[in-house]
Design a protein around this ligand. Structure first.
Ligand code: GLU
Length: 448
């Protein structure tokens, strides 16, 4: 376990006391604090202005009851959350996650990460996150709609295009955003397009938003390789997960010459020696909403392995695109043994702290999620731009903007890693460059 510098440690201890039992939140704060010693040495004004103490306390945390009626006519009660973490750089911005594991600590860790990620995009968006412990798996269309409508019946009073702009995350895709947007529109009698992002293309959505998180992760990985005179061409890529991020990371990795040899879901993983058939994967997951075992059953070159870990598969590049803490130290050691050269996080905090230490220690290139997966929220900000100007951009233009943003993030991370004495360390680069931007804004806006 790493140690912190004494000033940071004392602030971290207050975070532990104040946020009892919120493990993932502690982990996210610790990971940022680990990078900050050289920053607080260089900028004594941050300590003088209690910047860190202020940043560790969300501006607002909303918890609410979500009652709804299931198909059997029974009332079900879920818990809804919206943590409006920081609005120093712009309106709160971040997704909604519907998953049974959701609790306040998870939403706070995601909200905390989001502040830094959003700062890295260079676009004017603050950080927030929300969601519910509702499990959409196995629910009918009507149940999903009823839940979304009830969720929005409370959430609407907290959000707005200048206040807080939610989007999707695990369990919340285009369908859910549609029901949420419809209910917001009905309650407020306003067609306020940029109150939510990730909308459908026919009603205010942006081209490339759906693809953006996965594409952006691969653009970032490609940039890391290019900076070292290498490329994705000919690389074997393993992806974890098979949701929105994983599907589009796989698609772009193959477009750039990689072969995606594996993906997974919570039940097991698929090895596809010929490289994933992304069109089939999309059909199985997005149209039929089935498990990846159904993909393997229809694809001759693929084998489904129930249980086990996708990180056992030999690969040059690993893209964890499932969920937090899915890649632990043992998996990292196996990946290193199998010759992995690059790991880029498509999900939020998928690698544990000890996994990251093992990877960095072995000289593996490692991109933290707040840099590598920022393409999703960046394209959400592009969706807000299109909504504000009542415009709709082409795919080519939007993807080019995404590419420019990801290259900018890479440049900022690499530059800050050099400046703060850890060349090539993207964890330090991402944390320090975004922190300086946020800290300067906190001081500039006064004690609020
Ligand atoms: N949930 C995504 C993330 O983790 C996207 C957020 C957004 O588009 O606002 O960044």
């Amino acid at each position: 376990m790493a140690t912190l510098d004494p000033h940071l440690q004392s602030i971290y201890e207050v975070v532990l006391r104040r946020n009892h039992g919120e493990q993932e939140f502690h982990q996210a704060v610790f990971e940022v604090f680990e990078s900050l010693a050289p920053v607080v040495r260089k900028h004594p004004e941050y300590a003088d202005n209690q910047v860190l103490e202020r940043l560790c306390e969300p501006e607002r945390q909303v918890i609410f009851r979500v009652p709804w009626v299931n198909d059997a006519g029974e009332v079900e009660i879920n818990r809804g959350f919206r943590v409006e973490y920081s609005s120093v750089l712009g309106p709160f911005k971040g997704g909604l996650r519907f998953h049974p594991s959701v609790n306040l600590g998870i939403i706070k860790f995601l909200g905390f990460e989001q502040i830094f990620k959003n700062a890295l995009t260079g676009l004017p968006i603050g950080g927030g996150k929300g969601g519910s412990d509702f499990d959409p798996k196995g629910r009918s269309e009507r149940e999903i709609m009823a839940f979304c409508q009830s969720f929005m019946t409370e959430l609407y009073r907290h959000i707005g295009e200048y206040t807080d702009v939610p989007a999707g995350d695990i369990g919340v895709g285009g369908r859910e955003i549609g029901y949420l947007f419809g209910q917001y529109k009905r309650i407020t009698n306003r067609y306020e397009s940029s109150v939510l992002t990730g909308k459908g293309l026919g009603w205010g959505g942006s081209r490339v938003r759906k693809e953006a998180t996965g594409y952006g992760t691969v653009f970032f990985a490609d940039e890391m390789l290019r900076a070292r005179g290498d490329s994705l061409d000919g690389k074997r890529v393993a992806v974890s997960g098979s949701g929105n991020v994983a599907i589009y990371a796989a698609e772009k990795a193959q477009e750039l010459g990689g072969t995606v040899v594996a993906c997974s879901d919570s039940g097991g993983f698929v090895i596809d020696s010929a490289g994933l058939d992304v069109t089939l994967l999309k059909h199985v997951k997005e149209v039929r909403r089935e498990r990846i075992s159904a993909y393997a059953a229809q694809r001759g070159s693929a084998t489904y392995v129930a249980g086990g870990s996708v990180w056992d598969v030999d690969c040059d590049v690993a893209l964890p695109c499932a969920t937090q803490n899915e890649l632990g130290e043992d998996a990292a050691i196996r990946l290193i043994k199998n010759g992995v050269t690059l790991v880029a996080e498509g999900a939020n905090m998928p690698a544990t702290p000890s996994a990251i230490r093992a990877l960095l220690g072995a000289g593996v290139l490692f991109a933290p999620g707040k840099a590598a997966n920022a393409g999703g929220v960046a394209t959400s900000a592009l969706e807000m731009q299109q909504n504000a100007s009542r415009d709709s951009w082409t795919s080519e233009y939007t993807e080019a903007r995404l590419g420019t943003i990801m290259r900018g993030i890479h440049e900022r991370c690499a530059g800050a890693a050099d400046e703060f004495g850890s060349p090539g360390n993207y964890v330090v680069g991402a944390n320090t460059s975004s922190f300086v931007q946020i800290a300067d804004a906190i001081i500039a806006l006064g004690v609020i």
